[in-house]
Design a protein around this ligand. Structure first.
Ligand SMILES: Cc1ncc(COP(=O)(O)O)c(C=O)c1O
Length: 404
């Protein structure tokens, strides 16, 4: 059929030659996925089962990233979300309903806690916060015969459906006894979801420890360059995948193929970046333990971090985020002056990029967090030369001490 040039703009007869083999995954953008005939049209969300039906459920770029995260985490299947927080809310939407009860550690990423205490409570879900180190009590209870009620078991109710873990916890860095919590949760018929972002889904093998659902903010180590927002959810089995996938369809939180392509590129250097960052962060945190200004270095690989023994038992490495707690004598003004004096460490949220970051927090008046008050600063170590970062910290410590 002859075509007008304007029609040809849309229905062209041009075909680029086939056969280009790229090392990069092509960026497939698209809302519409074409069907071969009228009868083939369907809206099944599971693209592994039905083939491609709609861009919302993933283009090949999105599914390639999902598959690669799943492969690294040893899960059954992975879904990609537009950010880490979207992954957290989707897990809650998929596995909770009105009348259920959910448990979260006090050290959980604060928007995750606020989602529970604001949105979930509004939808009729009961929320209880638990001490992040409570699982260790479970372990001790099981070994020593102490009544189980001293551990997390006392928090379970007949309607407890989900237990969240985040190990180590945000900012205060408590390493959780995830295997003990999993055992207690499974005995009580509850699922366990883990925020495995700090370990990049690698340094803690969640499914080997029988966690049911993991999520990561791919925004962090997988992206690795502070230029994208993405999340992932990985599940242990098909039943969980079906439940999650059908909710993902209805919540409609599709990930951008462009961002997924950046994450796929980020993954290729993840091993090298993690290795460099791990080494730098360890050396810097060890050096910081010797500074008189600092009372505590909260790095899971150091004995001073709550849960360090569990990190040694369960993790295969450490990443680059840790916190320091200044001595009692330092005022909030001095702590802020320390952060302001840093020249290489930038000030900003998110972490795990190539640029080192520092943020001061204030837990004063929060009985649910350790008593660090205004004295805690979280550091994210990037790819700068370790000696330069140390020199930067040293000059900032000196400037802080000279402030009155
Ligand atoms: C531990 C943790 N989980 C989840 C998130 C949320 O990720 P995103 O910023 O991609 O929404 C963050 C972000 O800082 C985080 O630190």
């Amino acid at each position: 059929m002859p075509k007008n040039w304007k029609t040809k703009l849309i229905h062209s007869d041009v075909h680029a030659p086939d056969g280009f083999q790229s090392l990069a995954t092509p960026v497939y953008r698209g809302s519409t996925a074409l069907f071969p005939n009228a009868a083939a049209v369907n809206d099944t969300w599971d693209q592994y089962e039905a083939g491609y039906t709609y861009g919302l459920y993933g283009t090949p770029t999105v599914l390639e990233l999902a598959g690669r995260i799943c492969e690294l985490e040893h899960g059954y299947r992975t879904l990609v979300t537009p950010g880490g927080q979207a992954a957290i809310s989707l897990i809650n939407f998929a596995f909770l309903k009105a009348g259920d009860h959910v448990l979260l550690p006090e050290s959980v990423y604060s928007p995750s806690r606020r989602f529970a205490s604001h949105v979930l409570r509004r939808f009729g879900v009961d929320v209880t916060l638990y001490r992040p180190t409570i699982g260790q009590a479970v372990e001790e209870a099981q070994q020593s015969g102490v009544p189980k009620a001293e551990g997390i078991q006392s928090l379970f109710r007949p309607n407890t459906k989900l237990v969240w873990c985040e190990s180590p916890g945000s900012i205060t860095m408590e390493v959780q006894d995830v295997p003990a919590i999993v055992r207690a949760a499974h005995e009580a018929g509850a699922l366990v979801a883990l925020d495995n972002t700090w370990a990049a889904g690698i340094y803690f093998d969640a499914f080997a420890h029988e966690v049911d659902i993991t999520m990561q903010a791919l925004t962090k180590y997988v992206g690795g360059h502070s230029d994208l927002l993405l999340g992932s959810i990985t599940v242990r089995d098909e039943g969980l995948y079906k439940r999650l996938g059908s909710t993902h369809q209805l919540v409609g939180c599709a990930a951008s193929p462009d961002d997924c392509s950046l994450a796929l590129r980020g993954m290729k250097t993840l091993g090298l970046r993690l290795k460099h960052i791990e080494e730098s962060a360890l050396l810097i945190s060890q050096w910081l333990t010797q500074r008189s200004e600092i009372e505590l270095v909260l790095h899971p690989a150091l004995a001073s971090c709550p849960g360090h023994e569990i990190w040694k038992r369960d993790f295969s490495g450490s990443s680059g985020v840790f916190s320091i707690v200044f001595g009692q004598k330092f005022t909030k003004k001095q702590v802020l002056a320390f952060v302001d004096a840093l020249e290489l460490f930038e000030i900003g949220y998110s972490w795990a990029g190539v640029t080192s970051l520092a943020v001061a927090y204030d837990f004063g008046g929060n009985p649910a967090r350790p008593n660090y008050g205004h004295r805690i600063v979280r550091l994210s170590i990037g790819l700068e030369e370790m000696g330069d970062l140390k020199a930067d910290l040293q000059q900032a410590l000196q400037q802080m001490s000279s402030q009155s």
